[in-house]
Design a binder for this molecule. Structure first.
Ligand code: ARG
Length: 560
């Protein structure tokens, strides 16, 4: 129920045509201090119309507004503040929520539309970094939120499985590699080789030339190199899948950069035909406006680039999925790259050029500095997740040794801690990497919400009700919860339109806090006429916390 709309209608009726509903609605505010009522209407605009002081208008309006659904109406300076009859309105709200069940919060804004999410996209033969974690968890959550809003979603893992780094790796492997070692610990070994390549290349820059040549041969189909490349790719994917399994993420496509190796002629020809290509120091580029560097399409030696492959991928995906929107969930350090991609597609006059969007996010920092994979100093995500799960398990074994499925619960809690830590911060903020913060199961954390959800279920287990029915409650704490539950659909819609799961994450913290306050103040299991209503409220909270966590890609164990 849109409480602002209810209030705006009442105001419009009283104001008798003086101001229109559509002008009133956006003016209505939620008072910062909850004691000042549920909603407030500022009278400045009316005061101008009537040439009276706003406070006087507020006084007059307050006397006219009375309605059976408003329990308190009073002027506060230039505002009219109102509170709703929480018992009646609350009954309508909660009854509707219970009736909607799992579909509560769904909307139809995306029905008939397809959104493609380019997400995760780690680089083969390199460790899965914290940046890729951000892309994975933000993309995963956005895909779930999009689906809740009615969209068809296509999740694409645009693997970094092509490019000069494979030239480097092939050179490094041939010079210093050991087959057995790679077979035993592929990612670690390949990473060591990659790091070694960079160290050596600092002393011997000609190694870079060798790597470029090796990549060129790979692009041209050298059998020896393709076999090596395939092997690197297979072993790396195996390692990535361990992480995806823990996170519960899957993809609709793993067509990465290599997939486009033989699909780049089309875009290059198209650019040529339209006269958009220019020669620059032997390379082919598309010059761009607005202070953007030209987009490099083909290098002097004929090799294509990251951008060329992204252009080919965009064309391919438009044809394959006919998306209405394509989101690139990629770190903000690639902002210029995606502006270039849009710029080139725009120059080709594709109408859909502006339905592709870069969804950037901040970096993980270590002591205020960027974490890099190149020098081998990276914190490995697989290790972080495993450590989180171990810690959660230790916690369970200490506090609740008889818990059934303790390993499953530990997985939900440990992974949930890491994922929530990421999603609760505003997307563009950088996150200071701190294992300790991530693994804290108190305060504004995933485990806190999971725990609140489990607490609600433990109450429900005490009285196994078959059917939940809500007849209305009139205490302040339950009304605060009902108002929050009522906001869930709007929070989901906003989380999608802002591409920010953090809005949902923050909402879940607020709901958990309200519920815990309620739990601390009100005796829920008390044999009186309101018992079933209180239990119904608990049930609604449990369901929405579970659904909210699910939309963030986090599990919600019923017991922990
Ligand atoms: N593999 C790239 C990296 O790790 C990210 C790819 C993002 N997606 C894309 N279509 N460019 O930096």
């Amino acid at each position: 129920m849109d409480l602002k709309a209810v209030f705006a209608q009442r105001l419009e009726a009283v104001l008798d045509g003086k101001v229109d509903y559509h002008e009133i609605y956006p003016l209505i505010e939620v008072p910062k201090n909850k004691d000042f009522g549920d909603l407030a209407f500022p009278c400045f605009q009316l005061a101008k119309l009537d040439k009276k002081p706003p406070a006087q208008i507020a006084e007059e309006l307050a006397t006219q507004l009375s309605s059976p659904i408003l329990s308190e109406i009073h002027a506060m300076g230039p505002y009219v503040n109102v509170s709703f009859c929480s018992k009646t309105i609350g009954k309508d709200i909660l009854t509707a929520i219970l009736q909607a069940g799992e579909s509560y919060g769904e909307s139809d804004g995306g029905i008939g539309k397809t959104v493609v999410l380019d997400m995760s996209s780690p680089n083969i033969a390199r460790p899965f970094s914290m940046g890729h974690l951000r892309s994975t968890v933000i993309g995963h959550s956005l895909s779930k939120i999009a689906a809740k809003c009615g969209y068809k979603t296509v999740k694409i893992n645009h693997l970094g499985d092509w490019g000069t780094q494979f030239g480097k790796l092939i050179v490094a492997y041939k010079k210093w590699g050991d087959k057995e070692k790679v077979e035993l610990h592929p990612i670690e070994e390949l990473r060591t080789l990659y790091v070694k390549f960079h160290e050596e290349a600092e002393k011997k820059p000609e190694l870079n030339e060798e790597a470029r040549a090796a990549f060129k041969e790979l692009e041209q189909g050298s059998e020896e190199y393709l076999t090596l490349w395939n092997w690197f790719r297979k072993e790396s994917l195996k390692a990535f899948h361990e992480i995806y399994d823990l996170l519960g993420v899957n993809f609709d496509s793993y067509n990465g950069e290599a997939f486009f190796n033989d699909k780049m002629e089309k875009i290059v020809c198209l650019l040529g035909d339209r006269g958009l290509l220019e020669k620059s120091e032997g390379a082919l580029v598309v010059p761009l406006e607005e202070g953007l560097p030209p987009c490099l399409i083909r290098k002097t030696d004929g090799a294509t680039l990251y951008a060329t492959r992204d252009l080919a991928a965009a064309l391919y995906r438009k044809q394959e999925y006919n998306f209405d929107e394509m989101l690139y969930v990629v770190g903000q350090e690639q902002t210029v790259h995606f502006k270039q991609i849009t710029g080139v597609l725009d120059k080709l006059q594709f109408k859909w050029a502006h339905s592709i969007k870069h969804i950037p996010f901040g970096l993980y920092l270590k002591d205020g500095k960027r974490m890099s994979t190149r020098k081998g100093k990276v914190v490995l995500l697989g290790e972080v997740l495993k450590e989180a799960v171990d810690l959660a398990l230790a916690n369970i074994l200490e506090k609740n040794p008889d818990l059934p499925d303790s390993m499953e619960v530990a997985k939900d809690v440990g992974v949930g801690a890491v994922v929530f830590h990421d999603l609760k911060s505003d997307r563009l903020n950088s996150i200071e990497f701190s294992l300790k913060d991530m693994l804290t199961f108190e305060g504004e954390t995933g485990p806190y919400i999971q725990y609140t959800h489990a607490r609600a279920h433990s109450i429900l287990r005490k009285r196994k009700e078959k059917e939940y029915r809500f007849s209305g409650l009139d205490d302040k704490e339950s009304w605060e919860i009902i108002k929050l539950l009522n906001e869930f659909p709007a929070v989901i819609a906003r989380s999608y339109s802002a591409y920010s799961p953090s809005l949902l994450a923050k909402y879940l913290i607020e709901l958990s806090k309200s519920f815990n306050k309620y739990y601390g103040k009100v005796r829920i299991i008390e044999e009186d006429e309101d018992l079933l209503s209180r239990l119904s409220l608990v049930k609604a909270v449990a369901d929405i916390l579970a659904e909210g966590l699910q939309l963030l890609g986090i599990g919600a164990p019923k017991e922990m």
